[in-house]
Design a protein around this ligand. Structure first.
Ligand SMILES: [Zn+2]
Length: 89
């Protein structure tokens, strides 16, 4: 996968997550990429932070070729276990 293909793939995932209309948190699936990415594997950030910073492809990635990391989108539930609607811009 080229860098641009990876970016397109990540952007499609972000778009799909937004289109669910649900409040989400985001975590990094960054295992087995490289030593730098191992350190962010499983780290959770807010959707707002993701949209502000677009942290992947990880700028510190040292993998030969291209960063292979992606996002996992995790729907947030309220105290009653219900999904929460939210519109991200
Ligand atoms: Zn990496």
């Amino acid at each position: 996968m080229t860098r641009q293909q990876h970016i397109d793939f990540l952007e499609r995932d972000i778009k799909n997550a937004i289109e669910t209309g649900l409040k989400m948190t985001v975590s990094f699936i960054a295992k087995n990429c490289c030593a730098a990415c191992d350190k962010i594997d499983g780290k959770e950030i807010s959707m707002e932070k993701l949209l502000d910073t677009r942290p992947l492809p990880y700028k510190e990635c040292i993998r030969q070729g291209e960063c292979a990391c992606c996002y996992a989108f995790n729907p947030v539930r309220d105290a009653n276990g219900r999904l929460i609607e939210h519109k991200y811009k």
